[in-house]
Design a protein around this ligand. Structure first.
Ligand SMILES: Nc1nc2c(ncn2[C@@H]2O[C@H](COP(=O)(O)OP(=O)(O)OP(=O)(O)O)[C@@H](O)[C@H]2O)c(=O)[nH]1
Length: 180
């Protein structure tokens, strides 16, 4: 039986949340920028020989002043926190979003993956690999640098997140797709 997992992709505007989500869904890179209001996608995904139905919400970009939308907290199993390695500000916003997530859920062990995106544009980078790695180590989460141009990178994110979700929630979390 497939397991259903709801995932929210969070981060500032323009960091590549839609591009990464679309890469996972359609195996294509979107070059054009269209601001997201909110889009939810479903796909089947195999992790560790188990089939999952992923329900992925690509959120509207947040900043440090955004109110954390309640719908991103309800029945969400895990989060992808994305920043742009070319944009230091987007990296700073990630810490604010993380703090909010932990405070609102009251759970310091929320399953999440930290993603530094646009690594194909490495020569313009403002955030070092070490800075991302250090932040992820502080939170005890998986850290990945990705390019939304790369199909494998999108898969790596969702593999890592499912591993976290299973590690933290194990089999006690909700199986089946009744609540998706
Ligand atoms: N070179 C490169 N461009 C990227 C990458 N990811 C996204 N982009 C581009 O960056 C722009 C913004 O990407 P989006 O995916 O729309 O960003 P977003 O985070 O969803 O933005 P909002 O909808 O405003 O929240 C688009 O022009 C994408 O093509 C990447 O890994 N590499």
């Amino acid at each position: 039986m497939s397991k259903c997992r709801k995932i929210a992709v969070l981060g500032s505007s323009l960091v590549g949340k839609s591009a990464l989500t679309y890469q996972l869904m359609e195996k294509m890179f979107i070059k054009e920028y269209n601001p997201t209001i909110e889009s939810t996608y479903r796909t089947t995904f195999t992790y560790n020989s188990q089939e999952y139905e992923l329900v992925v919400t690509d959120t509207a970009g947040q900043d440090e002043f955004s109110i954390f939308p309640a719908q991103y907290l309800i029945d969400v199993h895990g989060y992808v926190l994305v920043y742009d390695i070319l944009n230091k500000k987007s990296f700073e916003v990630i810490s604010t979003l993380h703090d909010r997530l932990i405070n609102i859920t009251g759970n310091a062990n929320v399953p999440l993956v930290l993603v530094g995106n646009k690594v194909d544009l490495d020569e313009f980078r403002e955030v070092s690999f070490e800075d991302g790695k250090t932040l992820a180590a502080k939170w005890n989460v998986t850290f990945l640098e990705t390019s939304a141009k790369n199909d494998d990178d999108a898969k790596k994110i969702f593999n890592a997140l499912l591993r976290e979700i299973e590690r933290i929630n194990g089999n006690v979390s909700r199986d089946g797709c009744v609540m998706c």
